[in-house]
Design a protein around this ligand. Structure first.
Ligand SMILES: Nc1ncnc2c1ncn2[C@@H]1O[C@H](COP(=O)(O)OP(=O)(O)OP(=O)(O)O)[C@@H](O)[C@H]1O
Ligand SMILES: [Mg+2]
Length: 212
């Protein structure tokens, strides 16, 4: 049975595409069959895939509100489908929430960014209420600044939403942008680098989260 992981946040630049592409690749390196569904009309994941010389993870574009239905037809032969969300909370995000098993919300550790998630969290919770807590959802901190702990203010702001926050996060590192520019992931460039360790740790946490 394939699992659908949607990476959503209506805020632009939250780190959706970075997390979606790196996680997808990490799952693939782990031996899983993975497909990225680019639900963003900007087509960033498709651009990423096109920039790559050797194809890393297959990407298809499904940026219509019939997303949930369209996904059913491609679902069967994949272990994971990773949806890269669009920076809006419109039909597309609602469709992604309806068809996903897990929603990851990348969020930068700033109060403005956290407050901007309110509408998305409301939609997810409304869905969870009618479907027995499904899909599961969690925040993943992105672009954390090195050597600063998640401050109490940030932790408190996130707590108000009453959704889990992954222990693992991405830090602010140039390699995330550099690798994306050439259609790669941080796993590809300098194996064993610190960013790769972050992604593998998030992937492992996701695999546990999907299970329980
Ligand atoms: N951990 C990180 N360290 C450094 N740069 C990062 C990190 N995560 C993302 N970025 C950079 O931040 C920018 C925004 O990231 P990304 O495109 O993943 O966000 P997004 O949520 O998909 O944006 P959009 O809403 O436009 O789709 C990109 O230039 C990306 O390379
Ligand atoms: Mg994006």
């Amino acid at each position: 049975m394939s699992k659908i992981i949607a990476v959503l946040n209506q805020k632009g630049g939250a780190g959706k595409t970075t997390l979606a592409t790196n996680l997808a690749r990490s799952l693939q390196v782990n031996g899983k069959e993975v497909l990225i569904v680019d639900s963003d009309p900007q087509g960033s994941a498709r651009d990423w895939n096109a920039a790559s010389e050797g194809e890393l993870v297959s990407v298809i574009g499904l940026d219509r509100s019939t997303l949930a239905k369209d996904i059913q037809s491609i679902k069967s032969n994949k272990d994971f489908i990773v949806i890269d969300g669009a920076p809006q909370i419109a039909d597309l995000a609602v469709a992604a929430i309806k068809c996903s098993d897990v929603i990851l919300i990348p969020v930068q550790p700033s109060p403005y960014d956290i407050w901007a998630c309110e509408d998305l969290v409301d939609v997810i919770k409304a869905r969870q209420e009618v479907t027995d807590g499904f899909p599961k959802a969690a925040f993943v901190i992105s672009r954390s600044i090195k050597n600063t702990q998640l401050s109490k203010e940030i932790a408190d702001a996130l707590k108000d939403y009453d959704l889990p926050v992954f222990e693992n996060y991405t830090s602010q590192r140039v390699i995330y942008a550099k690798s994306a520019a050439v259609g790669l992931t941080v796993l590809y460039i300098e194996p064993g680098n610190e960013a790769a360790k972050e992604i593998v740790a998030i992937k492992d946490e996701l695999l546990e989260f999907v299970k329980c």
